[in-house]
Design a protein. Structure first.
Length: 223
């Protein structure tokens, strides 16, 4: 038995040594890429760089759209979205929502929706930062149907499966905004999105209230 364990341990050590020689460490990879004049960056470094460039007032529209597109890719990951908020990124998206250019506004709303989706920390941060009020206000008055669709996506990402956010949405006049949106729009696809959101929220609440195991969540939805 002892002999077998010793032999097994030796085999494990040899395998570990083999892997060590076969695969390089991150530090070694960075050094190799540096020798080739290729920068290898972590997500943290990339997000910080994107925020810095997006904050540059000299960036033109095309550059901003590319930066927002890159951000949308990275912010799907929960940790990256939280890091983005911690580094002041949310204020840049809020600024984008107020941009006079429809493309910038739409892309900012889309990036915001991606960051908010299934990410409670970012959702809370957004509510505390006044993003909810801003979304409801623009959703109520913006005439561009594509912008409204992107704004509705951001709202949906913020309030789904988050009763606290749903309560704030109602308190801040969110339902009135949806009614206005439904009445003003001649776009049936937008009306369907409104109906789908409300239906999903109703089903979500019904399931939560009937859940006998999660009493805290049940209490939140009942409120």
């Amino acid at each position: 038995m002892c002999f077998i364990q010793q032999k097994s341990g030796k085999r494990y050590s040899l395998r570990a040594e083999e892997i060590k020689h076969k695969y390089k460490s991150y530090k070694e990879l960075k050094e190799d890429f540096a020798d080739m004049n290729v920068a290898l960056k972590t997500d943290t470094e990339i997000i910080a760089d994107l925020i810095k460039k997006l904050n540059d007032s000299n960036s033109d529209k095309a550059a901003k759209l590319v930066l927002l597109e890159d951000l949308e890719y990275y912010l799907h990951q929960i940790d990256n979205a939280q890091l983005f908020c911690d580094n002041g990124g949310m204020s840049l998206l809020m600024k984008g929502l107020n941009d006079t250019d429809d493309d910038i506004k739409q892309k900012s709303a889309f990036v915001l929706g991606s960051a908010l989706q299934s990410n409670p920390k970012v959702q809370i941060f957004a509510i505390e930062s006044g993003v909810m009020q801003q979304l409801i206000r623009i959703l109520s008055i913006d005439p561009n149907k594509e912008t409204r669709k992107k704004l509705l996506y951001a709202v949906s990402s913020m309030i789904r499966h988050f009763p606290f956010a749903q309560q704030k949405f109602l308190e801040l006049g969110g339902m009135s905004a949806l009614v206005t949106l439904f009445g003003d729009s001649e776009d049936n696809s937008l009306k369907i999105k409104v109906i789908t959101l409300l239906t999903d929220l109703y089903i979500e609440k019904t399931i939560a209230v009937s859940d006998t195991e999660n009493s805290e969540k049940k209490k939140q939805y009942q409120q």
